[in-house]
Design a protein around this ligand. Structure first.
Ligand code: GLU
Length: 473
């Protein structure tokens, strides 16, 4: 490939970073990295009423958390108004755009009349200059919009990187508004804020974007964009429209059906590499590979094998992928994550070495950091086994043995071997076996009847805490 690949992700800061956008960001990023190109972050903040600084921050944080580093940006569209205005003016001069002075009332009446005639509603191009057409003088009381002169005939075709050939007739496509009206009190001739379809083209052109990956809800916008690129004499990028992600109920993944933001998964204790691995597979494949690093993905991600049909969000599979990465993760990294998770619950756990050892012991049975913290919390806060568990495991027959064990542990060397020896000695003295003594100890000290090897689990407690908990017999 001779041209430099340049991709971008262009989220609108009207909320958190959606999983669908994160997946497109990953594809755009991996594609650029695969071909040694550049990846740009652009913030599409022209929906002034709905865009917030808070959302911008969430998007930046999520990109950073995922490790999707960008080479340029963030570029903010609202800082580029002068550029959109200049391009729109040039288009008006060139006859590829025009001012339209229709009031909202006129547009309503227009649509009403079309409906009454049984027509599909559309803008009737009444302000579009045409050879031999006489336009009325512009009304002074109306701030005009600027519309694009979409070709009236012909077909817009492109070979979509994901969906293959797509053809849409220009009969389906109106004269799109490219600039909204200026503020009511702005001086005559002022220009307003660009619409998405216009700003996106000017930006993709100015940023020399070569490949656009985005959600397939934008397929219907693409003919407008291609026509505007052509009107500007700008080179066309290649488009790849990824299918939407479905929830496990087969409906579009949405907030009502569960977490859809990257932030929510971070908070729920997923690791970024697990999210990347899972998102990558949700619409792309490399043979039967399910677990792969982001580096491998970059090696493999050449734009082929993108799925044409929607993938379904599968929480169980994500949990499985996450548990794989938790098992692999460095214990000191897990310790820091658990520490933060416990801190968010108001639990102070300052000994990172202890947390790391405990993480090593418990990580095999956890699919999220939250679950790991649920386990490790017992080292810092009182536990309360259920009445049923107490009855089932702390039977009268075992109580005297628990008392002896407590005595033995009071002086035993405080390590795994010392604790194991104390248990062995207690069992021998009371004629008990491990399956009788260990669950009772677990229920009292850990609040649960099942844990990894009890001597290892106890060794990570402070001795006094174990003695106190065993006392509640
Ligand atoms: N701001 C648009 C979105 O978030 C960008 C679409 C595009 O990539 O062109 O959907």
């Amino acid at each position: 490939m001779s041209l430099t690949v340049r991709t971008r992700i262009a989220p609108s800061p009207t909320g958190f970073l959606h999983l669908g956008t994160a997946r497109t960001a990953l594809y755009s990023w991996a594609y650029a990295r695969h071909y040694g190109g550049k990846f740009v972050l652009r913030i599409e903040d022209t929906d002034v009423a709905r865009s917030t600084q808070d959302s911008v921050q969430q998007i930046l944080d999520s990109m950073q958390w995922l490790g999707l580093n960008y080479d340029e940006g963030p570029v903010y569209q609202m800082q580029r108004l002068a550029r959109y205005h200049a391009v729109a003016e040039a288009m008006i001069d060139a006859g590829t755009a025009y001012r339209c002075y229709c009031t909202p009332q006129e547009l309503d009446d227009m649509r009403e009349a079309q409906r009454a005639r049984g027509e599909k509603t559309h803008y009737d191009r009444r302000w579009r200059p045409m050879p031999g057409k006489r336009l009325p003088p512009p009304p002074e009381s109306v701030q005009p919009v600027v519309r694009f002169c979409n070709p009236e005939d012909g077909i817009v075709s492109w070979n979509d990187l994901v969906k293959g050939p797509i053809n849409i007739s220009n009969h389906e496509v109106d004269d799109l508004i490219i600039l909204r009206p200026a503020q009511a009190d702005a001086p005559a001739g002022s220009l307003g804020v660009p619409t998405y379809n216009f700003a996106v083209v000017v930006d993709d052109w100015d940023m020399s974007i070569t490949h656009v990956f985005r959600g397939d809800e934008h397929i219907n916008n693409t003919p407008w964009q291609i026509n505007i690129f052509r009107a500007l004499g700008a080179p066309l990028p290649q488009f790849g429209h990824c299918p939407i992600i479905l929830g496990d109920d087969g409906q579009k993944l949405s907030k009502r059906r569960g977490a859809v933001s990257v932030t929510a998964y971070e908070e729920a204790g997923y690791l970024p590499e697990a999210m990347l691995n899972y998102l990558a597979r949700l619409g792309w494949s490399h043979g039967d590979d399910e677990i792969f690093s982001v580096g491998q993905m970059v090696q493999w991600f050449d734009g082929s094998h993108l799925a044409k049909s929607p993938a379904q969000w599968d929480p169980a599979k994500l949990a499985w992928v996450n548990s794989h990465y938790i098992k692999q993760a460095d214990d000191s990294r897990l310790a820091a994550l658990v520490q933060a998770q416990l801190a968010s619950r108001g639990v102070a756990a300052s000994d990172l070495a202890q947390l790391a050892q405990a993480s090593a012991l418990f990580k095999d049975r956890c699919s999220t950091i939250v679950e790991l913290a649920d386990w490790l919390a017992m080292y810092f806060v009182p536990v309360a086994a259920t009445e049923a568990e107490l009855q089932a495991h702390v039977a009268d027959a075992v109580r005297p043995a628990l008392q002896s064990l407590r005595d033995a542990l009071a002086t035993a060397p405080w390590d795994k071997a010392g604790i194991a020896a104390a248990m062995k000695q207690t069992m021998a003295a009371h004629g008990l076996k491990m399956p009788q003594l260990a669950p009772a100890v677990r229920v009292l000290v850990c609040g649960r009847a099942q844990t990894p090897s009890i001597d290892a689990v106890l060794a990570l407690f402070a001795r006094d805490m174990v003695l106190t908990r065993l006392q509640h017999v």
